[in-house]
Design a protein around this ligand. Structure first.
Ligand SMILES: [Zn+2]
Length: 127
């Protein structure tokens, strides 16, 4: 173990915080899945993934300095950000039911909740 100076303590706090944040994403995802009774990947999952892996990348680059750990956290942010973009575009493309306000898929003609005709818009999904 490295000498326990101030920087060692600071980097260990950053590393442990990164681990806690990175693990918490699974708890958050599980909570939303149980709440909705179907597997969902909420935006919070991807934001916690980005924050946790960024902290762990900083820890790896500036403290651990091991290439295996650095490479583990150097690139996963790319699909995390991409999934956030796709989630956002997916929500934007959905239409709100004029009657009950339930979000309906872009191709829906009628609301699955109340049966009201959904007014189609030209909201194309450009992924
Ligand atoms: Zn409705």
């Amino acid at each position: 173990m490295k000498h326990l100076d101030s920087w060692t303590i600071i980097w260990n706090v950053i590393g442990i915080t990164g681990q806690v944040v990175f693990f918490s994403r699974v708890v958050v995802q599980w909570f939303f899945t149980e709440k909705k009774k179907q597997v969902v990947m909420p935006d919070a999952y991807w934001w916690l993934s980005i924050l946790g892996s960024l902290l762990l990348l900083l820890f790896a680059v500036f403290y651990d300095k091991h290439y295996v750990v650095i490479f583990s956290y150097a690139f996963p942010w790319i699909p995390y950000v991409r999934n956030l973009i796709i989630n956002h575009r997916h929500r934007e493309a959905h239409l709100d039911c004029p009657s009950c306000k339930r979000p309906c898929p872009p191709e829906a003609k009628y609301c699955s909740e109340c049966g009201t005709k959904v007014v189609a818009q030209s909201a194309a999904i450009s992924v």
